[in-house]
Design a protein around this ligand. Structure first.
Ligand code: FEO
Ligand code: CA
Ligand code: CA
Ligand code: CA
Length: 720
């Protein structure tokens, strides 16, 4: 039993003394629904682990009902609803298997109540992957032997330096191949009968694009990949690209294809590049397996790091068509994507870079859309320009173009110092013979840098006089988009995650998961401020951005539409908004992405919420689902009539591992009722997860569920 820091051990013991184990059985359960009746959106909202302004309780009732709480290792949905497991890690799929840590979901309708479900597989949670692999896949892996062999090397090895006949190399490759087979993208077919969606196994549309499947690249980066004389590493396969991994969120296009975002690729391959966009050697990101970390998966295959961090397009209806990485959309830690295709206008694609200090980008095509649903629109992604957002305080901003002529104007460290934050300016390394970044600590250093380099062309020069030299220059800027964007003064944002277009207004909605500091910098405190002006608000926002058109350097307006956090701090009751989706009635759905160790804090497990568009509950956040222990709910997606919400349950048990027996820990949290009075909550939290089996001692597994009313009825007002 642990006792978290929020309360002294003595206070926790006092709380436990209120009833201990005997009382635990009668504690309020997390799935209790708030209020009576179906609720404003056709469901009774769940009660999350903390009181909300809209929960219908008086201050005294809030204190009484929230004094004790038991969390569940289950996926909780509202009364009258059921969550059906559609597919789970390890299920056979297209000659391979349904991968690990399912994330983004896209539903592509077919005829006759059938649909294709495209699924991203983001990363490996080492503990639960290792413990569940035998059962999920059916063959053993030499994980213990490899861990032992690597222990003398501090857990990691540069496989490229091992002799071909070294048995360690064979073991590394076996484990890395197994992990790569669990990443990437999958497509499967569903059929709806009697109101329920089920998988149609063996469909001709089934497909796996994994971490090693051949793919292709469009746009200027392709010229970098085929450069015969790069400054850095080229890779043994030449310009050929293999695989996609770190596939986080995504989006769909009006012409029916799916976009899949490569996010934290830097865990598997080296991120830093040279001035010509070429990669650093795979030895920069060695393979690691030490029982708690499994990364550097690209190392044993010699994968060049500049081949990853892209937006991937594929057509789920064309299983034999090669997936394509569109380099005009930039290389960064892509979270997700929103596409605007209006007849007669350029195509616009928005995407965020999910790192502390990451940027918001938009691609604008050279060509114009004729018919939004025309598959030929995919070609528009092959010529255009990439722009990045510079936010201004007060709700305005403009787009900066990532092209050679753009002048450098980086944010100075003094900007952050005004908010009491020491934040160096991170720029492409000033010695252009070196790869990666340089941290400049003072305004004087930044000024001196800008005197040496005045435009992006100075940082990414034309190298060579062959016909592709200028294309490679643009390619290098796109490959190094994050640092190039820093250099021209893009705003360091608060982990921009999902982006979605409001179907009724055309505005862009952006989930900003959290302000804070990381290896890429930190959010600009002039823009990203908590309800009381906090510079590092950790609970996130949803921003509404009204774009001012597709012209170069267009302006935009912005405002925060929703703020995460506890109600008593000015938040809506959820924390860390991540994925966004609009339902057919135009309500905005949000899933949260709180680090799995955050199950210790007041917000409890990751969850799914809706912000009603109109009616009495507009302005509130209603809780629709709460995930099992240590999981994240991802990829919210509705079927066409809004009866079914699909959710990916990612990384259950990631921190606590497999739940043994009925293991729980007691937690104590300080809450505040609606009158502003503080009170203590005793909370029982399962240790680890057995989701979805629910069988004690059995490994948890990621999987996808379909949630609908048990009676199959329509429930969302405004849909039919
Ligand atoms: Fe993969 Fe930003 O979450
Ligand atoms: Ca995410
Ligand atoms: Ca989305
Ligand atoms: Ca995530």
């Amino acid at each position: 039993m642990n006792h978290p820091a929020e309360l002294s051990r003595r206070r926790l013991l006092q709380l436990l003394g209120l009833g201990g184990a005997a009382a635990a059985a009668s504690l309020m359960q997390g799935q209790a629904s708030a209020g009576a009746g179906p609720g404003p959106l056709g469901f009774k909202p769940l009660r999350p682990p903390l009181p909300l302004p809209g929960d219908g309780l008086s201050a005294a009732q809030q204190r009484g009902q929230y004094r004790q709480l038991t969390l569940d290792d289950r996926l909780l949905v509202p009364e009258g609803f059921a969550a059906e497991l559609l597919v789970v890690w390890g299920d056979r799929l297209a000659g391979g298997r349904f991968g690990f840590n399912n994330d983004y979901l896209a539903l592509t309708p077919l005829e006759d109540n059938r649909a294709l479900l495209s699924v991203n597989f983001e990363y490996i949670s080492p503990q639960t992957w290792a413990s569940g692999y035998g059962e999920a896949v059916g063959t053993p892996l030499p994980l213990a032997a490899l861990q032992q062999a690597l222990a003398a090397r501090d857990g990691s090895v540069d496989a490229s330096a091992l002799p071909a006949n070294d048995p360690l190399l064979a073991m590394v490759r076996q484990v890395a191949e197994a992990a790569m087979a669990d990443l990437g993208i999958g497509v499967l077919e569903l059929q709806r009968s009697n109101g329920s969606w089920r998988r149609l196994q063996g469909s001709r549309y089934e497909r796996r694009i994994d971490g090693l499947t051949p793919v292709r690249c469009s746009g200027p980066a392709a010229a970098v990949f085929r450069n015969p004389a790069p400054l850095g590493y080229r890779g043994s396969q030449g310009a050929g690209l293999r695989g996609t991994f770190a596939n986080c969120a995504g989006g769909t296009t009006p012409w029916g294809t799916v976009l899949s975002a490569e996010e934290n690729f830097q865990s598997q391959v080296s991120e830093a590049v040279f001035a010509d966009g070429s990669a650093t050697a795979p030895s920069q990101r060695p393979f690691r397996w030490d029982g708690t970390r499994l990364d550097g998966l690209g190392n044993p295959f010699g994968l060049p790091g500049n081949h990853y961090g892209w937006m991937v397009e594929f057509d789920p209806r064309q299983p034999r068509q090669v997936a394509v990485k569109h380099s005009w959309l930039g290389r960064f830690r892509h979270e997700a994507v929103a596409v605007v295709a209006r007849a007669g206008e350029p195509l616009i694609v928005y995407s965020g870079c999910d790192r502390h200090g990451g940027h918001l980008y938009r691609f604008v095509s050279d060509g114009r859309v004729s018919t939004p649903s025309d598959p030929a629109n995919g070609r528009l992604l092959e010529h255009g320009r990439l722009e990045v957002a510079r936010f201004e305080p007060g709700g305005s901003g403009r787009w900066l173009v990532l092209e050679p002529a753009t002048r450098l104007d980086p944010q100075r460290p003094s900007h952050y110092a005004r908010f009491g934050i020491a934040q160096p300016t991170l720029l492409p390394h000033g010695d252009r013979r070196r790869s990666g970044e340089q941290a400049l600590e003072s305004d004087a250093d930044v000024d001196a840098y800008c005197q040496r380099h005045s435009t992006l062309a100075d940082l990414y020069p034309v190298l060579g006089d062959d016909p592709e030299a200028r294309l490679r220059q643009q390619g290098a800027i796109l490959i190094d988009a994050h640092l190039a964007a820093n250099a021209i003064g893009a705003t360091a944002a608060a982990r921009p995650e999902d982006t979605d277009i409001d179907p009724q207004t055309g505005d862009l909605l952006i989930a900003f998961t959290a302000a804070g500091r990381g290896d890429g910098g930190g959010a600009d405190p002039a823009i990203f401020r908590g309800p009381a002006g906090q510079a590092n608000w950790p609970h996130g926002w949803v921003m509404r951005l009204g774009d001012g058109g597709s012209a170069r350097g267009a302006r935009f307006s912005w405002r925060m539409e929703a703020t995460g956090g506890t109600p008593w701090q000015g938040g809506l009751g959820f924390s860390n908004p991540d994925n966004l989706a609009f339902d057919p009635a135009g309500n905005l759905w949000i899933t949260t992405d709180r680090s799995s160790s955050a199950s210790l804090d007041v917000f409890g497990n990751n969850s799914c919420w809706v912000l009603p568009r109109q009616g009495a509950a507009a302005g509130q956040a209603l809780c629709f689902a709460i995930g099992p222990i240590d999981c994240e709910l991802c990829g919210p997606c509705f079927d066409a009539d809004g009866r079914t919400l699909f959710l990916a349950v990612q990384h259950p048990g990631e921190t606590g591992g497999t739940r043994q027996g009925q293991a729980v820990e007691a937690q104590a949290h300080t809450l505040v009722d609606r009158s502003g009075r503080r009170f203590e909550q005793l909370r029982w939290v399962p240790l680890g997860s057995n989701w979805p089996s629910g069988v004690p001692g059995r490994s948890p597994r990621p999987g996808v569920v379909a949630i609908s009313r048990r009676d199959g009825a329509q429930w969302l007002p405004g849909t039919n």
